[in-house]
Design a protein around this ligand. Structure first.
Ligand code: PLP
Ligand code: COI
Length: 339
């Protein structure tokens, strides 16, 4: 798609080649100074560990155009730290937080024309990643690595934005009990492709995974975290070592407590106790807040607030989160980095 054909009000979540991307190599024990390049094709060894053994991780964060024309990055330090943890888990070299944030800023500035306008509901999605490259064949860590960031203008990940979507409980696991669920690594997403595709074929937005140990507790959506609101207005979200520690989830925990005055519970969400909740949602950088209309488990749908309308607390959380991200509402200290 060309720049001229972008319809800013109708953006989905699709790859568009933007002007520039950041590229840096790790060689001889250190990250080389990165550069911006127009080339969106990587030339890597056929023996790269990223291709054979899944030695790679990625991140997702957004840059927002504000009303006054300035540009906000939302909690990039958290993405930098999560990527360091993912790299640590897969024996890859870590990118220092300041270098990660600086590279994000460079990519945003070089692609400024692709930032969706304020009020369009879109944002510039940044996709940082680290991959193991270089000649190799044994199952071991790579001799060289690439750290890169590209960006694309995006709108809603789940079509229709703040409209309830229906989800299916999967019989598959995306992660193992002591596996890599908490790291943002490609293998977890590879494992989710078939279950996700089966759910979509059956007309669900995506599937929700149960805990891999007992299959009795909700963990997360394949591309977002899960939260629910009890009849007593408590904000509940699963706590598990195999769930990805989402930055949107972390932010909602804070905003629910400090701005909406809700009690927050991080704990078990048993699939047999869905009747305890009046609202539910999926939250993530791409998903933002997507209301969950219903969850189907063993062929039985459980409807939350409504299959057509967003619940009032989910709506308030959405307003607060998106208001903070786009600069309309004051952010907690340190959450916004100006580009
Ligand atoms: N869980 C999974 C599996 C994800 O892919 C994502 C998206 O990044 C999330 C949760 C939410 O994380 P975040 O809010 O940091 O985007
Ligand atoms: C994100 O929200 O950044 C994600 O990574 C979700 C999905 C596109 C994989």
């Amino acid at each position: 798609m060309s720049y001229e054909s972008i319809n800013w009000d109708k953006l989905g979540f699709d790859y568009i080649k933007t002007d520039k991307r950041f590229l840096s190599h790790w060689r001889d024990g250190a990250w080389q100074k990165g550069t911006l390049t127009e080339d969106n094709v990587l030339h890597i060894s056929e023996g790269s560990t990223a291709l054979h053994y899944g030695q790679q991780c990625f991140e997702g964060l957004k840059a927002y155009r504000c009303k006054d024309g300035s540009i906000n990055l939302f909690r990039p330090d958290q993405n930098a730290m999560r990527m360091q943890r993912s790299c640590g888990r897969l024996l890859m070299p870590q990118v220092p937080t300041e270098d990660f944030i600086e590279a994000c800023k460079e990519v945003v500035r070089a692609n400024e024309r692709f930032i969706p306008p304020y009020g369009s509901g879109g944002a510039l999605y940044l996709r940082p990643f680290v991959i193991g490259v270089g000649d190799n064949i044994g199952v071991r860590t790579a001799p060289e690595f690439i750290f890169s960031i590209f960006c694309i203008p995006v709108g809603a990940y789940f079509k229709g934005g703040l409209k309830p979507h229906n989800f299916l409980i999967s019989g598959y696991d995306r992660a193992a009990p002591n596996g890599t669920g908490a790291a943002k690594v490609g293998g977890n997403y590879a494992a989710s492709l078939m279950p996700g595709s089966e759910a979509k074929k059956a007309n669900f937005a995506d599937c929700i995974y149960l805990d891999p140990q007992t299959h009795s507790k909700i963990e997360e959506v394949g591309s977002a975290n899960f939260f629910a609101i009890t009849h007593d207005n408590e904000f509940v979200t699963p706590k598990s070592p195999s769930v990805l520690p989402g930055i949107t989830r972390l932010s909602l925990i804070d905003l629910a407590q400090s701005r909406l005055g809700l009690k927050v519970i991080e704990g078990d969400v048993f699939i047999d106790n869905l009747k305890d909740f009046k609202e539910a949602g999926a939250c993530g950088t791409a998903a933002v807040i997507t209301p969950i209309g219903s969850i189907t488990y063993k062929d039985e749908p459980h409807v939350f607030y409504s299959e057509t309308d967003v619940g009032p607390i989910t709506q308030k959380l959405y307003n607060e989160l998106t208001g903070v991200q786009s600069g309309d509402i004051e952010a907690p200290a340190g959450w916004i980095v100006k580009v």
